[in-house]
Design a protein around this ligand. Structure first.
Ligand SMILES: NC(=O)c1ccc[n+]([C@@H]2O[C@H](COP(=O)([O-])OP(=O)(O)OC[C@H]3O[C@@H](n4cnc5c(N)ncnc54)[C@H](OP(=O)(O)O)[C@@H]3O)[C@@H](O)[C@H]2O)c1
Length: 247
């Protein structure tokens, strides 16, 4: 099991697809999330289907006090050494609710930024000491430009993007690569039932792109690729015009 990849937020959507994609390419895994029963079922399925080592660990990104102990548990479950960490968990929340409900704002920032930073700090130290490995973090195109419909989530993702950028520089030369993934709209529980979303990518497609990006040590990858150009265009639209688009 030594050299396993830790997947943070593996129960559903992109995280679950990444777990399958990495197992398919013969990597042992520690699958982590909130629902231990679901994770144990997933780990058992990965062991049987792909013949790889897979264990489940539980954490809750809303409970920041326990994250140090949780990370140590994951390293132990991996036999003392992780090959890499893929940070998949996230919480879109409700922008509308967050505007008047501070608890919702805290939930969005705590999950998407604070706990992500706590866990990736620990991952960075672990991998740096080993002198090899990778970190891959999922941010979002929502972090590329503040929009009135989701700027609380977007700002947390933007902050995570800047964190990953700095971490990439810090770990360059230490044998550890840091990859930022920026998905557009993906067909997962996070987008289920949200009106007006077109051209959703499948989580399997996103997972394949993530695996390739990790293997190639890429810095920043938009998925699907065309979102790089959509966001470049949107970033260039002047504020006065952008406001009228009511995005
Ligand atoms: N879907 C999109 O269109 C889209 C676009 C851009 C970026 N993203 C990002 O992609 C990543 C994966 O999202 P997804 O689309 O696959 O959505 P998803 O299916 O809703 O997955 C979100 C994952 O985060 C976990 N999570 C949420 N709150 C948590 C907490 N407090 N503690 C631990 N785990 C928690 C969920 O676990 P539970 O099952 O326990 O809730 C789930 O495993 C997220 O970072 C998301 O922000 C998604």
């Amino acid at each position: 099991m030594s050299g396993a990849v830790l997947i943070l937020g593996a129960t559903t959507g992109i995280g679950r697809a990444v777990a399958r994609e990495l197992a398919r390419t013969r990597r042992s895994l520690v699958v982590a999330g909130r629902d231990l029963e679901e994770l144990q079922t997933l780990a058992a399925d990965l062991r049987v289907r792909y013949g790889v080592g897979a264990v489940a660990c539980r954490f809750d990104a809303r409970a920041s006090e326990g994250l140090g102990a949780f990370f140590r548990e994951c390293v132990e479950a991996a036999g003392g050494r992780l090959e890499g960490v893929v940070l998949c968990f996230g919480y879109a929340g409700s922008q509308q609710r967050a505007e008047s409900d501070w608890e919702e704002t805290v939930a969005i920032i705590q999950t998407n930024f604070l706990s992500a930073v706590r866990l990736l700090n620990l991952a960075a130290d672990h991998l740096k000491e080993a002198g090899a490995g990778f970190i891959c973090g999922i941010t979002s195109v929502a972090g590329d430009r503040g929009r009135q419909s989701n700027y609380i989530y977007g700002s947390a993702k933007a902050a995570l993007g800047v964190y990953l950028q700095g971490l990439r520089d810090r770990l360059s030369g230490a044998g550890v690569t840091v990859t930022t993934i920026k998905p557009g709209f993906v067909d997962t529980p996070m987008t289920f039932g949200r009106p007006g979303l077109r051209g959703l990518a499948s989580p399997q497609r996103v997972a394949r792109v993530i695996r390739r990006a990790i293997e190639r040590g890429r810095a920043v990858v938009y998925v699907p690729w065309f979102w790089r150009w959509i966001m470049l265009f949107l970033r260039l639209v002047p504020e006065r015009i952008f406001r009228r688009l009511r995005l």
